[in-house]
Design a protein around this ligand. Sequence first.
Ligand code: URA
Length: 236
Amino acid sequence: MRINKYIATSGIASRRKAEEFVTLGKVKVNGRMVKDLAYNVKKTDIVTVDGKKIDVLSEHVYLMLHKPKGYICSNSDEKGRKTVLELVKGRYEKMRLFTVGRLDYDTEGLIILTTDGDMANKITHPSFEMPKKYIAKIEGEITSDEIKKISDGIILDGVVTKPCKVRLLNFEDNISRLQVVITEGRNRQVRRMFENINREVIFLKRTEIGNIRLGGLTRGTFRELNKKELLFLKRL
Ligand code: URA
């Protein structure tokens, strides 16, 4: 197996990042620095990155997690806020997990975590236009004009958002509950689209990424993706 693939399979980095490790001279095979990306790792080889031995996983791990509000999607936070990785327990705790995309601090819902950095990069690449479904609540009754504005596209940072699907689910106790499906993943996109029409999102939850649904998973808990969900990701 090619050296970068071998390192990526261990779960510590994506293939691209692994290539960087090799070219930067951080990788040694049997104690010798290897900078040749064409190097094929043999079964008996001992590979280290920054002096740490690489153990290849037989298979990558793919998890879904119900992120609660008040957690960030990052490995660490300079402000000391809690991270979604703190919710991962058991044998998964020691793994180098990547979040597939991000949810902001105040948003809850579906997050996919994986040791497969290549897959994480692939799914979040803008060219994929992966549909992501959200439930958003705003105060007051949204008008069909406002829904059309957001669906057609809103200028954020000088660039128009791609057309998206917005549907009013119900209006109760002066709250409009909406379903929003976007195919981009710009920073705080749903909140900012509504801010742009002077509406504040008071609740935001992601319920689906492509064919993968959060379903009844309890807030703050996680589970492994099942075969059907994995197949969906692998066929991308
Ligand atoms: N849109 C947002 O505003 N926040 C998220 O976390 C995801 C999409």
